[in-house]
Design a protein around this ligand. Structure first.
Ligand SMILES: Cc1ncc(COP(=O)(O)O)c(C=O)c1O
Length: 420
């Protein structure tokens, strides 16, 4: 396996490739193939970017047809047919059936771009600088989003102070603390030293934070808190949107309507770069061009995004997630947790985490991940000290691949425990 050119010329900043030191050639469905012809099962799913599977054949066909027709490939934010068709299907088949009324902004194509737009707009609408975010949050790597992100290693890279954010303990950190009352006190107490925020940014499931699923009642209480205090509620659905949690938007289970929603990753349908920032129409106070950019709304990604929604609907992906999520949950519960009483599990839909923080060995989860890779499974870590193994297969994975991948995890955990 020749990885020399990467090691010699590519920056030290490269990361995932260090966990998966091979050269990939092909990907199909829930499988990757490398230069040696070795097949892998993918439980990483491009960090949530290929929910509908690698090279999904139905979406691929639409892309091929578009390419062969010499459709426009780049148009800044000019009006094009793919953009019109994406907006139409998103409006008719995603927003309206859920009773949601949002304007759509196309920022740059990544998750952090969607959050930067939401951050700027929230501050502009409310005329306040401060923003609340939760400890354990991950919102992206550019300076605004990074200021909302808590992990030390990422923040260290900023090189400048990351300001104007107040971090609130996430509800799982101090179960005895009522975090909503705490936030209320922060803004009501004239001796709290905390400025009232323009917005509260949350993930309904902290993914990078270690697969922390927030309680539905807590989400509703947060919504009520924001309403009462004239604070915008922004849900970052970049990673757990697009059916990952069992419904298209992850907040649907709580019956809440955020003021803004950010999405990227699988909204691009085929692993293509696309992001959207959704907000209630009355929040649309942008002036033309005030948040500009050359790559806002990739045309091929619009084609794939429409294809992704069509696929999601015609293959009942939300239903598939509920069924397969249950297979994952019951496998972890019956085959992995019994291996050691110190193991824990958390998750919802098709995002699950196995927590190893109580195994007193540094990097235990990393060792499991390494062993999984040797066993033909691509899987990543998350959480404090990367102590969680995160299971996030493509939503369309077959039962056979899913069970095979789960068995690799079980056997890897067993082997690492035996090596203690
Ligand atoms: C919840 C959440 N928000 C934002 C981002 C940033 O997305 P991107 O890496 O596309 O900038 C991520 C990336 O993992 C994420 O998980």
């Amino acid at each position: 396996m020749d990885t020399q050119v990467f090691e010699q010329y590519e920056s030290e900043v490269r990361s995932y490739c260090r966990h998966f030191p091979t050269v990939f050639t092909k990907a199909k469905g829930a499988n990757f193939y490398d230069e040696d012809g070795r097949k892998y099962i993918d439980f990483f799913c491009g960090a949530g970017a290929v929910n509908y599977g690698h090279n999904n054949p139905e979406i691929k066909q639409k892309l091929i047809e578009y390419l062969e027709s010499d459709g426009v490939m780049h148009a800044l934010d000019m009006y094009t047919v793919p953009k019109r068709e994406f907006i139409e299907i998103f409006e008719e088949k995603v927003l309206k059936p859920r009773g949601l009324n949002y304007k759509i902004q196309f920022p740059g194509p990544t998750g952090t771009n969607a959050n930067e737009a939401a951050l700027k707009l929230a501050r502009k609408v409310k005329g306040r600088r401060n923003v609340f975010a939760l400890m354990g949050a991950f919102h992206g790597m550019t300076l605004g989003s990074l200021a909302l992100t808590t992990d030390k290693a990422s923040r260290r890279g900023a090189g400048v102070p990351l300001e104007n954010v107040t971090f609130i303990p996430a509800p799982y950190m101090f179960p005895e603390l009522d975090t909503v009352r705490y936030m209320q006190r922060l803004i009501s107490d004239d001796h709290s030293g905390v400025e009232k925020p323009a917005a509260l940014f949350i993930e309904t499931i902290q993914a990078e934070g270690g697969i922390r699923v927030f309680d539905e009642q807590w989400l509703r209480d947060v919504r009520a808190f924001c309403d009462k205090n004239d604070i915008l509620l922004v849900v970052d659905d970049v990673q757990v949107g697009c059916c990952r949690s069992g419904t298209f938007f992850s907040f649907e289970r709580a019956g809440i309507v955020p003021d803004m929603v950010t999405m990227s990753k699988s909204i691009g349908g085929y692993g293509l770069p696309l992001a959207i920032t959704l907000f209630k129409p009355e929040l649309d106070v942008w002036s033309p061009g005030e948040h500009n950019g050359t790559f806002r709304g990739n045309q091929l990604a619009f084609v794939a995004a429409k294809g992704g929604i069509e696929y999601m609907l015609s293959h009942q992906v939300e239903e598939q997630v509920k069924e397969k999520g249950e297979w994952i949950r019951s496998f972890i519960e019956s085959e992995i947790l019994p291996l050691d009483p110190r193991l824990e599990m958390r998750g919802l839909g098709m995002i699950w985490g196995i927590e190893f923080e109580n195994i007193p060995v540094k990097g235990f989860a990393d060792r499991v991940i390494e062993r999984c890779f040797a066993g033909g499974l691509i899987i990543e870590g998350a959480g404090r000290k990367n102590s969680v193994v995160k299971l996030m297969p493509p939503l369309v994975i077959s039962r056979e691949d899913l069970m095979e991948g789960l068995a690799v995890i079980r056997d890897s955990v067993k082997a690492e425990l035996a090596a203690l």
